[in-house]
Write a protein that binds this ligand. Sequence first.
Ligand SMILES: [Fe+2]
Length: 329
Amino acid sequence: MKQIRIDKRIYVKESVEFVRIEKWLLDVGDVLSCDIYCDIDPEETKELFLPREHPVDPQIKMRIDETEYLYILQEDLSTYYHFVDTIIQAVARDEHIAITKKAAVIYRQASEILDEMFDNPEALENVPKSKKVVNKFVDTIFSDSHAIESLIKITAYDYYTHTHSINVCVYALSLGTYLKLSTGALEELGMSALLHDLGKSKVNTAITNKNGSLTHDEFEQMKQHPVYGYQIALKIGISDTRILDGIRHHHEKLDGSGYPDAISGKKITLFARIIGVCDVFDALSTKRSYKDRLKSYDSLKLMKETMAEHLDITIVDAFIRMQRHDQLL
Ligand SMILES: [Fe+2]
């Protein structure tokens, strides 16, 4: 099984290497043949959380949900991948499997695809691949009333460009469903959200991965990514203007102070406004090496109080209502 970026994060403590795992794949009754560790302090010292061969019981499941990150030893990675394979097969076989687990598998599969897309952004197969991801999310959302809640819970806590794209896609689809968009519109919105930052693959990684604020010149280069994304989308055969506008205009602001085209108000399409709101929300509520993450409630409060000139507040309000409805706030 391919090692995806979400679990490439390796922590070395006293020369022991730990790899983060996807905790949402663990459910009551699961047994892992390797030890699981958690953090015990802000310095990320690890301690044993669940010994190997110990089944997950309801109490442990509750502790898993409450714990931010779980890890295994690097040397146990193949054992972990074997477990993930078993779960993926079980989800494919059994329609009645827990929605959290199903959502975690779909998120993992989307991560694999996004990894490949960012490595090779201009590949023509990126269109069918991203359609597959979006359709999977849409089908899951329509098949289970708790799917949105589960998908939002498993959105990654740390900011990586490719998981950010999946998170924004999940938020946009959830919001689109709440706003009662048609299935066709949802699929287009999902595509636009999933591909919105693909243009970052054309910006120097020293800039996209920089820990801290960008210099004027670096920011000028970064500001080109919506145009690059738009050009890549055209090149791989996307012709739908709603999808293209969502990619090109997700950093435009209502007062005209955004980029790349400095358009304002209603000229910013609905898709671009939805993606813009979801983009800011994910940037605030995920952690980077230079900043902690805000809780969902605090992110939305900050957006409402300080970004009324930039974001469509009716969409922010709908996002708040949706998260309240799904008991996520
Ligand atoms: Fe962006």
